[in-house]
Structures are given as structure tokens and as C-alpha cells.
Design a protein around this ligand. Structure first.
Ligand code: 5GP
Length: 214
């Protein structure tokens, strides 16, 4: 089976980081593409694990060198996926889990047409606001920015192949897992299918012949 990128987008507070982490803990064959950002680390975030935290200058230098598969300005900060991160995971034979915003997802899908795009929908605006408030890492202005972004992002859902409502965490993780299961079985992704089919057809023809012999 050929590994593929799985792009997970959701409004901030939509739970995509939690869903991604849980899924990766449970399922073999998944790798994570660590993004670059110019925002400050939140408490507990580790450089190189959660993000590569870069200065604006470092980010722009890497951008100009063509190192990003996609990049976007989100809530006034730069975010980007390194081509090398994606390739390293694919080369290891794993699907690449990516947590990126809607602008980045569109760019990425254009460059990697075999990517699977999944949008995680919050069950309600109340839940979304609750989740953002529970983080307690944002001031009021930052919260408002994230709500405005969520409003814009909901208009982009038709770019995605799948939609998963994150009403209950366990169920959402299972649904994303089921999408990966189904995608792995897409005919065009199955490695060696032509040879396998040719073998079956050839063998079947022999069998048919032996039956038609007197
Ligand atoms: P946060 O700062 O809360 O970790 O992420 C803010 C937003 O940036 C989220 O919507 C997240 O999906 C998005 N994001 C994270 N990494 C990337 C990336 O590499 N590229 C793009 N385009 N968006 C990203």
C-alpha cells in the first residue's frame, strides 16, 4: 500500500491536535509532519516536537529557498509545512498526519493531489467557544481573531474530501481512522494490484480451459 498525506483541518479549538495525537498513539503506520511557525511556544510545547519555532527572518529565508510544501499567515503568524518533513515520513512508508489551516490545505492539495483532506467540525459554536476559553492561553483579542478565522474556515469546507463532527473525542478518532482504512483500500493505492489481477485472471483461464476439455 502506498502511504499518503492525511490533512486534518478544523477551526482553532476544533480538537485536531488531540484527535491526531490519540490516533497516532493507537495506530501503527502514521507519522507526523512537524510544522514551522513564527508564533511563540505555549506552555509545555517543545521545539522540534510540537513545532519548529522560527523567527520571521528564519521562516522567510526557508520560504525563499523553496523549502515549504505550503505556507500561510494564520492569526497574524506564519505557519508552514517543510517538504522534507513530509517526504521523510512517506519514505519511511507511513501516512503523514498534518494539522494545517484551510489556506495551507488548498496549497498542499494542489502540490500533493493524492492527499486526503479531512475537516473536523465542532458540534456547535458554544462548544467551540468553550474549548477556546478552556485553553486559557489566549487573551480576549486573540480569541476574537480565532473566532473570525473559524467563520472564514467554515466557508471552505467544500474543498475537503471528508467531514467528521468532533462531538465526542473517541468517536471522532474512530471516524478519522475509518477514513484512513477506506483510503488504504482505494484501488489506485493498492500496490501490485495489476500483477495480482493478471495472476488471478491467468489462473482462472487455465481453470476454465480444464473444465471445457472433454
Ligand atoms: P496553533 O497556533 O493553535 O497551533 O495553530 C493555529 C492554526 O495554524 C491551526 O489552524 C493549525 O491547523 C494551523 N497550522 C499549524 N501548522 C500549520 C502549517 O504547517 N501550515 C498551515 N498552513 N497551517 C498550520
Amino acid at each position: 500500500m502506498n502511504p499518503f498525506p492525511v490533512v486534518l483541518s478544523a477551526p482553532s479549538g476544533g480538537g485536531k491536535t488531540t484527535v491526531t495525537k490519540l490516533l497516532m498513539g493507537r495506530r501503527a503506520g502514521l507519522g507526523y509532519s512537524v510544522s514551522c511557525t513564527t508564533r511563540m511556544p505555549r506552555p509545555g510545547e517543545v521545539d522540534g516536537v510540537d513545532y519548529h519555532f522560527l523567527t520571521d527572518e528564519e521562516f522567510l529565508e526557508r520560504h525563499d529557498k523553496g523549502e515549504f510544501a505550503e505556507s500561510a499567515l494564520v492569526h497574524g503568524k506564519r505557519y508552514g509545512t517543510l517538504k522534507s518533513s513530509v517526504q521523510a515520513v512517506l519514505d519511511a512508508g507511513h501516512h503523514v498526519m498534518m494539522d494545517i489551516d484551510v489556506q495551507g490545505a488548498a496549497q498542499f492539495a494542489a502540490a500533493y493531489p493524492h492527499a486526503v483532506l479531512v475537516f473536523l467540525l465542532p458540534p456547535s459554536v458554544d462548544v467551540l467557544v468553550e474549548r477556546l476559553m478552556a485553553r486559557q492561553t489566549e487573551d480576549r483579542q486573540a480569541l476574537l481573531t480565532r473566532l473570525k478565522s473559524a467563520h472564514m474556515e467554515l466557508h471552505e469546507v467544500d474543498r475537503y474530501h471528508y467531514v467528521v463532527v468532533n462531538d465526542e473525542l473517541e468517536a471522532a478518532v474512530e471516524r478519522v481512522g475509518a477514513i484512513i482504512d477506506a483510503e488504504e483500500r482505494k484501488r489506485e493505492r493498492v500496490r501490485g494490484l495489476d500483477a495480482q489481477l493478471a495472476g488471478l485472471i491467468g489462473r482462472l483461464e487455465q481453470e476454465i480451459q480444464s473444465f471445457t476439455k472433454p
